[in-house]
Design a protein around this ligand. Structure first.
Ligand code: RB5
Length: 148
């Protein structure tokens, strides 16, 4: 799978740890930074990763900030993106099964790094269930309005 990654200063360390995990698992990465604890603005990184997913350059995206909240808010502004901010393996699985989430957002200040690894692994291996959820996910897409 091709996974686009991004983080702000609060999420950079966890993003780099998860990048190692993804490489070990054989995924191809598009790492959009940031790579240090120097203060940056999370929407810039959310936009870069969301654009990769929206354009099909990446199959999935991973965004890490302090809470995961700002990243999810920003990424969900981009057409075709369904970004989910989750804190547990169960939420990660449900975000795939029911919502077909294509970007995982994590809050580095609120999740244990080992749990974050478990969440990411579960999220990557869980399939969308389809069925009744297709109609609902399509309705999310319609909220984006007509393509310009
Ligand atoms: C940065 O201090 C913090 O606001 C950011 O990482 C994130 O939590 C925003 O949602």
């Amino acid at each position: 799978m091709i996974v686009a990654l991004g983080a702000d200063h609060a999420g950079a360390e966890l993003k780099d740890r998860l990048a190692e995990l993804l490489r070990r698992e054989g995924h191809e990465l598009i790492d959009r930074g940031t790579d240090s604890s120097e203060s940056v603005d999370y929407p810039d990184f959310a936009e870069a990763v969301a654009a990769d997913v929206s354009a099909g350059r990446a199959d999935r995206g991973l965004l890490v900030c302090g809470t995961g909240i700002g990243m999810a808010m920003a990424a969900n502004k981009i057409r075709g993106v369904r970004a989910a901010n989750v804190r547990s393996v169960e939420e990660a699985e449900l975000s795939r099964q029911h919502n077909d989430a294509n970007i995982l957002c994590l809050g580095a200040r609120f999740i244990d790094p080992q749990v974050a690894e478990d969440v990411l692994n579960a999220w990557l291996k869980t399939d969308f269930e389809g069925g009744r959820h297709v109609r609902r996910v399509e309705k999310i897409g319609k909220l984006e309005g007509p393509q310009q």
